[in-house]
Design a protein around this ligand. Sequence first.
Ligand SMILES: C[S@@+](CC[C@H](N)C(=O)[O-])C[C@H]1O[C@@H](n2cnc3c(N)ncnc32)[C@H](O)[C@@H]1O
Length: 227
Amino acid sequence: MDVVELFAPLGETYDRYARLLSFGQDPRWRRFLVSRLDVGPQDTVLDVATGTAAVAIMLARRSGCHVVGLDQSPEMLETGHRRVAAAGLSDRIELIEGTAERLPFDDESYDGLTFTYLLRYVGDPAATMRELARVLKPGATIAMLEFGVPRRLARPAWELYVRVGLPLLGAIVSHGWRRVGSFLGPSIREFHRRYDVVDLWRQAGIDDVRQRHLSLGGGVVLWGRRA
Ligand SMILES: C[S@@+](CC[C@H](N)C(=O)[O-])C[C@H]1O[C@@H](n2cnc3c(N)ncnc32)[C@H](O)[C@@H]1O
């Protein structure tokens, strides 16, 4: 799966359909993610896999901090640039093209770091986590949002949704969303089967790792501090 190709056709419609296909939960999850960061106007936060800059905009609005948003998709960033300008935040948010596996920043340069729906897309999540930790100042907060796999009674409904509902709804929207709709369920299931995310974080040098499952486990937010 070519990840750059997967996101290329989505930029324009991403925010609308991401909200719809997550039953309106996505913005709520992002708000909780952003609330985990203890930063203020003097701080600069790196938002990796920023996409259309939804988290970057929330961060700048909530804390008055400066944000650097990085993503490898020029199409997602193009929509991001428009959204940042429309929000009147061009002086506080800078968007740059780049890859999470090789961040173009010095060690210990950021006061906080967020990333959303990233680790399922990288070849080596442990190495990417180490790379994210590298650019954080000691003691700074890192927070992540990812889809989860609900347990117990909610699991059959989730399976039905990702196996049937999501591919079908995606197909109704567009060809690009059909691919995403079919890809997401197996990608989320396989990621959580292979990796213990808390362990990945600890091995990357993140302390005080905490997590909160949201919406019956459909979303999960992790946060911690760089040692
Ligand atoms: C599902 S979107 C999420 C976008 C945004 N974080 C949000 O919550 O709206 C995933 C984003 O990750 C980006 N991405 C995937 N792998 C990446 C990588 N290795 N480096 C940088 N960006 C990546 C994609 O281009 C895409 O914009």
